[in-house]
Design a protein around this ligand. Structure first.
Ligand code: ATR
Length: 288
């Protein structure tokens, strides 16, 4: 872990999203909207940094004038190792998506965790009070953050189902009880008595095959969540709505995970409003 240099106090706060590629990132639009709405003199930009340059970029991060930033693929794990301190969540996941300075030292958090639960709390209040287990499809970085979020929320049983079963097993081993691995062939059956189904894979994303699953066995009180936000309404979300289930699309998590970073860099906790959501939705529709 490395130390940093705090940007000069008189500078306007400046943050960025660091990734490779980063041109698709909606974060500049989200933070730009909040900066305008809250009349804050600050900025948020894209930093396109290939993996080979990431360490030298981080070594210069404060000198470049940044108060912090978001980290996206493929740097989330590498960024964790640059932090002098990280939240308990980030230490557990060994991956950060949000960086900021305290006393000149780089701090890191993984706001995908709270972003996921905040989205469900806003769009499907009481989702965690419905009796039944959670079924999480996928076993990548997003699945790790979501399984952690569900465990922290106190869910009694979390089933992880993945194409590559060994990756699901490694998530179960990482978190222990109440996380279990389920076979892909048992997915359909696992929906009976489930309170929550989450897709954390890229299936359903524009250009990818759809997630093929029949939601009929899910109880009517169940919630279906998808982290995919392009298209805004995946086939999974459409099917959930058609069946009268509560459905939380990926755009909601995208917006909520951005809140803590903005507060750290610019000093005000912003709201995830209907207006912001409509703006980002319109931009995603226009880009397609
Ligand atoms: P991230 O870190 O964004 O979650 P990732 O680590 O690449 O991304 O994980 C993507 C997830 O989508 C994985 O669970 C992957 O399954 P595998 O572990 O078997 O690779 C899943 N996934 C991607 N394409 C898939 C497909 N065509 N069918 C089934 N699962 C798929």
């Amino acid at each position: 872990m490395a130390a940093g240099v705090t940007p000069r106090a008189q500078d306007k706060p400046k943050a960025c999203v660091i990734g490779w590629p980063v041109s698709h990132s909606r974060s500049p639009l989200i933070h730009g909207y909040w900066l305008d709405q809250l009349r804050i003199e600050g900025s948020y930009e894209r930093a396109e940094v290939p993996a080979a340059d990431f360490s030298s970029f981080m070594a210069n991060f404060a000198r470049l004038g940044y108060s912090g930033g978001n980290v996206t693929l493929p740097h989330k794990e590498a960024a964790f190792h640059h932090c002098v301190r990280a939240t308990e969540t980030a230490c557990c996941l060994k991956a950060v998506n949000t960086l900021w300075f305290e006393g000149g030292q780089l701090q890191g958090d993984n706001t995908d965790v709270d972003g996921f639960t905040a989205a469900l709390d806003q769009e499907a209040p009481g989702w965690d009070l419905v009796p039944g287990h959670a079924v999480v499809i996928g076993a990548g970085g997003a699945a790790r953050a979501i399984v952690y979020a569900l465990k922290q929320r106190g869910l009694r049983r979390i089933l992880v189902v993945n194409r590559t079963k060994a990756r699901a097993a490694s998530i179960a081993a990482m978190f222990g009880q109440p996380v279990e691995v389920a076979d892909e062939s048992a997915l359909q059956q696992s929906l009976t008595d489930a309170a929550l189904l989450v897709n954390t894979t890229s299936l359903g994303m524009a250009g990818q095959p759809a997630l093929s699953i029949d939601l009929a066995p899910l109880p009517l009180e169940a919630t279906v969540s998808d982290i995919v936000y392009i298209p805004l309404e995946t086939e999974l979300i459409k099917a959930a709505k058609t069946q009268g289930l509560r459905a939380v699309p990926g755009i909601s998590m995208l917006l909520h995970q951005a809140v803590p970073g903005f507060e750290r860099w610019f000093g005000v906790r912003p709201a995830v409003s209907t207006e912001l959501r409509s703006l980002i939705e319109a931009e995603i529709r226009a880009a397609r």
